[in-house]
Design a protein. Structure first.
Length: 531
């Protein structure tokens, strides 16, 4: 008898303790989303050994209805298909990995739903994530920061005549010019610059990975070969990437770890680590840092440093978990997910932490503004407005707790509202702990500089003291860095104490930031709380 991993045993025990879901059959006739039809000729889709199948895709284009009776106009051909996932395989709605193929069985690069040509794809099945969009949201946010993240397309799936609900077609993480764009590494490239890249490595569960792993020299971190694959990578390449990561860890653990020339920066791409940290903390991904964590390295001649990403698997993020404090909007998740140890060490470097804060300041009013994030959520939920009804007819789980839900909404609209409210509160907490206003000094100019009352209701008074005369500006911002109001705009003030009253009754926002500028140099006076 095959022994189940511990996490599957726990999930099965949990499922035995909840009411049995009775799922209805749904007859799909038309959809605003593309329709994917797969026929396995009644063969069961297995966990590891792929089976052959036929796949057709109906996609008439944006704004047009797709009818199940329409001809396959996006793809019609052979595929091989297998189950994907670990714990998620215990859910009745399952995810699949597939390869598009020629009749001969060879891999066939094609464009599916206008995505760049390739042959490896994932049909992801959102189930416990009842918003249906958490993965898509995380990938889009990573893309907003300028990194490759798997592109996605919402669709509906019919498998062997059975309507299976809303799915997400996702690009599988892979070395490719349109995916992880690093150098191709062949078995005969075993020396010099050729040997130095490219590699894709991951930290993940051992389930589904039958190849060899290696343990970090520092202990506690098991690495897996993603590219070249474990059955293709040769000993010289294994030794090279292992030695490179060992050297990175030695530099990071050393007493001179923060030295720009001798420390960890010699080995890693700072921006990729910073943005990876931000994505994981915005979403409070309970698997962040420890599972489904990818990183890659190109040739030395092409930069050659270790880079984090692409991001992957965020269905248990954005408040959708009742453990590891994933439901809370406060706290840094990196302190909960304490492995690998790299992150706690990096955050001890004040320069690295300052760079995180500067990056947060720069993106908070742009790519990561609340309006931008809500815009993504709203556009996706609007696109799903019709299909989600069928999905939850097929899988009648709204209003029921599906492991590991923290929040259980009675409707799809409830689930989207929770996602937005949770994200809004999370962003405000990060603002409180990451916004340093791009290095603006957070000290009073003298003991007499302050704003009061704080908290305030409709108005407050600002006292400030100048050590010398100068051109003064006094500006109020919101926590996203957007300028709300200007009380003083480049006016000359003499040295000494000054007091100004400010009517803020028309200003929106619960947390405001008051900034004083003297001859162009900015000083953060106070963060004001509106009652």
């Amino acid at each position: 008898m095959k022994k189940l991993p511990g996490n599957r045993i726990l999930l099965i025990v949990f499922l035995l303790q909840v009411p049995l879901f009775i799922f209805a059959q749904v007859h799909l006739t038309s959809s605003r989303l593309p329709i994917i039809v797969i026929n396995t000729d009644s063969l069961e889709i297995a966990d590891e050994d792929r089976i052959d199948a036929d796949m057709g895709i109906i996609n008439r284009g944006a704004g047009l209805m797709n009818n199940i009776s329409d001809p396959y106009n996006d793809y019609a051909g052979k595929i091989s298909i297998e189950l994907r996932g670990s714990t998620s395989q215990e859910f009745p709605k399952q995810s699949y990995g597939l390869e598009t193929q020629y009749e001969s069985g060879e891999a066939r690069n094609v464009s599916l739903l206008d995505l760049p040509e390739e042959n490896d794809w994932v049909l992801y099945a959102p189930y416990s994530d009842k918003s249906l969009i958490r993965n898509i949201l995380a990938y889009k946010l990573s893309g907003e920061l300028g990194h490759y993240a798997p592109r996605t397309k919402l669709c509906e799936l019919v498998l062997n005549g059975d309507y299976r609900g809303v799915y997400v077609l996702v690009e599988k993480i892979k070395r490719d010019k349109n995916r992880v764009d690093i150098s191709k590494l062949t078995p005969d490239e075993i020396q010099g610059d050729d040997l130095s890249g490219g590699y894709i490595i991951k930290i993940d569960k051992n389930a589904g990975n039958s190849g060899p792993l290696w343990l970090s020299e520092s202990g506690g971190i098991y690495f897996q070969y993603e590219y070249p694959d474990y059955d293709e990578i040769v000993p010289e390449q294994k030794e090279y990437i292992k030695n490179y990561i060992d050297a990175f860890e030695l530099a990071l653990a050393s007493t001179h770890f923060s030295d720009p020339e001798l420390g960890y920066r010699t080995f890693m791409n700072d921006r990729s680590f910073i943005d990876f940290f931000i994505i994981n903390e915005v979403s409070k991904n309970i698997d962040g840092y420890v599972l489904s964590t990818f990183f890659y390295k190109d040739k030395e001649s092409k930069g050659g440093k270790l880079s984090m990403g692409p991001v992957w698997d965020y269905n248990l993020a954005f408040g959708n978990a009742d453990y590891r404090q994933g439901f809370r909007t406060d706290g840094f998740q990196v302190n909960i997910n304490s492995s690998p140890w790299w992150w706690n060490r990096l955050l001890q470097d004040t320069t690295f932490m300052d760079d995180i804060k500067k990056r947060w300041y720069n993106i908070r009013s742009k790519q990561f503004s609340t309006d931008v994030i809500f815009g993504i959520v709203d556009s996706l939920s609007l696109l799903l407005s019709e299909a989600q009804e069928r999905n939850f007819q097929r899988w009648d789980i709204l209003g029921s707790n599906v492991w590991p839900n923290y929040y259980v909404g009675e409707s799809y609209e409830d689930e989207i509202t929770f996602l937005k409210n949770w994200t809004s509160q999370r962003l405000l907490w990060l603002d409180e702990h990451l916004l340093d206003w791009n290095g603006i000094e957070y000290v009073p100019l003298s003991a007499g500089t302050k704003a009061y009352p704080n908290p305030f209701s409709t108005s407050f008074t600002c006292d400030f003291a100048l050590k010398k005369p100068g051109m003064v500006s006094l500006v109020l911002y919101d926590m996203n860095g957007r300028q709300l109001s200007t009380l003083i705009d480049k006016q000359y003030y003499s040295a000494g104490k000054h007091a100004l009253d400010w009517d803020a009754s028309d200003i929106q926002g619960s947390v405001l930031v008051l900034v004083l500028s003297i001859d162009g140099e900015k000083f953060l006076i106070e963060k004001l709380i509106r009652m």
